[in-house]
Write a protein that binds this ligand. Structure first.
Ligand code: NAP
Length: 353
């Protein structure tokens, strides 16, 4: 790809967005502009635009002057306790963005959407596994459907194309995000160890035995770049996971070794409730070990931990389509977790106890 592209990374402070930003900054032939309300804590040569995507006037004022955008990577996301309530704001952000950039960017070539396994209804209960991209939709609401329907309709007759990634349980270095499994695991293990407890899977035995999958952020970034620049992948959704599957019951012994802890039987706990009184303990660890002073309330999304450790059914997406269309990378999830724990130690987010 000799030609220069300009990426607009939307949702650049998110667990997906900031790692996509990092990946694009490491690539040749890409200029990068980022969008979110906060400024990303990512070093590198890019411009950041602080925009509230729910405010169309703000979008137009700051995005209309941008006239060289070739690729949009949309991973902005607004979390609501009620999944149905996620539809209106998450669709509005995408519509406002497209209304602001499309007229002034005739060179636009691609819009990538960031979706996930909730497309298949894993938040509702057991679903057909492995889930395939053309499986029938579940009963809406689901904002992924509305976003994809919007972008499919908007793309008709245009020179640009779209794609959508469907990852699961994204794991990568990021703090202050509601959905980051690595932070749940690392902080939960650290707190258990500081309390002198053995390491326990915090879900039921059936949850520990079910098959599960995760997606490494760097792997996801490579996949997104692939699907956004491959002609064959145009106008398609793709499942993107590490490409392996595992059971939590076989993962915890490795985690216990890593953190130097005894392993005990699974015990289902309510993570948001049980972690609610651990802020003082965390402050003590921060002081004793010189950790980054990240407020405990924004360190980990414990609700997300409950979401992962509650289901007693398999969560598996088929990676066949991505492979057939040309994306062949595979990540070993066990090594990924250990590598990411190492990074959290290096960045002084968790201590080496
Ligand atoms: N995390 C996972 O495990 C996971 C798994 C599967 C699928 N996904 C999907 O991946 C997508 C991204 O998720 P994520 O986990 O990266 O989310 P996240 O960490 O919560 O990041 C959300 C991003 O959206 C931005 N944003 C929110 N409201 C905004 C607004 N009004 N204006 C401008 N920017 C706004 C945030 O920036 P500011 O707050 O700075 O504005 C942040 O950069 C979502 O569609 C999610 O469903 C995530």
């Amino acid at each position: 790809m000799g030609q220069k592209n300009t990426a607009l990374v939307v949702g650049a402070t998110g667990v997906v967005g900031r790692n996509l930003l990092r990946h694009l900054l490491s690539q040749e032939h890409w200029d990068v502009v980022s969008v979110s309300r906060r400024t990303p804590d990512v070093a590198g040569a890019y411009r950041h635009l602080s925009i509230d995507l729910l405010d169309l006037d703000d979008c137009k004022a700051k995005l209309e002057p941008e006239q060289g955008i070739t690729h949009v990577f949309f991973s902005a996301y607004i979390e609501k306790e009620d999944w149905a309530a996620t539809v209106a704001p998450n669709v509005a952000m995408l519509v406002n963005l497209m209304d602001a950039i499309e007229p002034s960017n005739p060179g636009l070539r691609h819009v990538n959407l960031m979706h996930g396994t909730k497309w298949y209804g894993n938040h509702l209960g057991p679903f057909k596994t492995p889930a395939s991209e053309d499986d029938p939709r579940h009963m809406p609401p689901n904002f992924y459907y509305d976003q994809q329907d919007f972008i499919t309709a908007r793309q008709k007759g245009k020179a640009w194309t779209w794609s959508a990634a469907r990852p699961h349980a994204i794991c990568g270095f990021a703090t202050g995000n509601p959905m980051n499994l690595v932070m749940v695991l690392a902080v939960y293990a650290t707190i258990s160890k500081a309390l002198g407890l053995p390491l326990r899977h915090p879900g039921s035995r059936d949850n520990a035995k079910a098959l599960f999958q995760v997606t490494d952020t760097a792997h996801l970034a490579k996949a997104v770049l692939w699907m956004s620049t491959s002609d064959q992948a145009a106008n398609q959704p793709f499942n993107i996971t590490n490409g392996d599957i595992f059971r939590w019951e076989t993962m915890w012994p490795t985690f216990a070794d890593y953190f130097g802890m005894d392993l005990a039987e699974p015990q289902r706990i309510n993570l948001p409730l049980m972690m609610a009184d651990k802020a003082d303990l965390w402050s003590r660890l921060v002081n004793e070990h010189g950790l980054q002073p990240i407020p405990f309330e924004s360190l980990v999304g414990w609700n997300y931990g409950s979401f992962v450790f509650t289901p007693e059914f398999d969560v598996i997406s088929s990676m066949t389509k991505a492979r057939q269309f040309g994306f062949h990378d595979v990540i070993d999830s066990t090594s990924m977790f250990l590598r990411q724990f190492d990074q959290l130690r290096t960045e002084r987010v968790i201590p080496t106890l």
